[in-house]
Design a protein around this ligand. Sequence first.
Ligand SMILES: C[S@@+](CC[C@H](N)C(=O)[O-])C[C@H]1O[C@@H](n2cnc3c(N)ncnc32)[C@H](O)[C@@H]1O
Length: 459
Amino acid sequence: MGLICKLPEVLTQAKAEYENLKSAPFLLGEEVGQSGNILAEGDNAQFMKLLLDGDSDRVSLEGKIQQIYIDPPFFSKANYDAVIKLQGEDGETSVKHMAYEDVWKEGMAEYLKMLAVRLYLMRDLLAKEGTIWVHLDWHGVHYVKILMDEIFGEKNFINEIVWTYKSGGSSKKHFARKHDTILVYGKTDKYYINLPKEKSYNRGLKPYRFKGVEEFQDEVGWYTMVNMKDVWSIDMVGRTSAERTGYATQKPEALLERIIAAGSREGDIVADFFCGSGTLGAAAGKLGRRWICCDEGKLAVSASMKRLIKAGQEMQILRSEDAQAEALKQPVVESFLVEASTWPSLFENKTSCTIELKEYKLKEEDVVSSDEVQETIARTTDENPLALVDYWCIDFDCHDMKFRPDTFFFRDKKGLQAVCEKELETDTLPGRTIMVKVVDIFGNVSTSVHEGKLLLTEK
Ligand SMILES: C[S@@+](CC[C@H](N)C(=O)[O-])C[C@H]1O[C@@H](n2cnc3c(N)ncnc32)[C@H](O)[C@@H]1O
């Protein structure tokens, strides 16, 4: 039976799965600042169900999200790597590490069902004036458009945007495939959209001098400003771009900025439930929108977190129970060594506290499989015991079982700062719990806890 005949069944099954979906808890793992932005780690269907149902910590977001952009796997039948940099004595070495899978044992029907369940949930989260932007390519876009016509309604179709780019690789058998497609639908026909203008060059690049038409000239020639067309040419993230995270299939912030500026206003909530390296969050933060991002991969979440914190964004990190158990196995003494010490400060009533990260090893269960990668890791960590650390952070006053780091050290081209010194008020130290979190280049998280009173007595 051809796939077209299976589509009704795919939709029926997806609808049943969506209707029977049970909400699962997501726990607040960390909090950076006070904003309402959320970065969640776990399966997006369960996360969306939680946003719809609400819980004791948050109200339901049903009908509250102005814009949803998703860039899900494309049904490319491939696995995607992230390129990870290791800093040894002789400079940087790159290793590849699996970022996410796009392989479907039961083929297109399985893929479409996965997506349809989630499209139903997204429809419920969207505001009446909201829009959904689904980023795909030639592999599945034609089938997904049919699903979206059913789920969102044909009459709510807005655009099929073609994003065209330059990239390496072509074939002798077909024209070079250099565009992706973004399907745009409204929740209703009363959707909000802010259409930008673009230059349209006159024929012959000469002025037309039509009455009432404003014309401009630049180094190319004469043009008028018209409503933007649905074919967008925007560069991909270049190899040496400052924006590059190394995460596979990272999309350019310029593309997301255009999408967000068109579909939302300052202060609106925008969301990406397949967020990868957090491009939507980065663009949304720049444009003053509140954002919600989710990904099931720990590498994606750690890449997003690092990128967004470095950009000065505040957020809550929520994790599914499984992801939380994995992320905060504590204390993981065998995986990293922290030395915490105190001594009298020059300032009255203060104590100097030093936290030093001494070494970091992969836990046995986190060891990556490829022999080649393992050899590179072993060699580099012999030279540099902190080579696997991507960033580390500290909460000097950890309470209510919540981790609220305010001091961060990110690896950059010069390396990683391994010592943190902080002046703390002496009489507050006995009651403090100091928590250190280390995130490695594969997205593994480890924590260690230090009691302030013990540090004082050890002195
Ligand atoms: C194409 S990538 C997104 C790239 C992203 N737009 C960026 O700029 O970095 C797709 C992402 O969807 C995530 N993903 C796939 N299935 C998921 C699911 N069920 N729940 C949450 N995330 C999922 C993958 O882990 C992957 O990071």
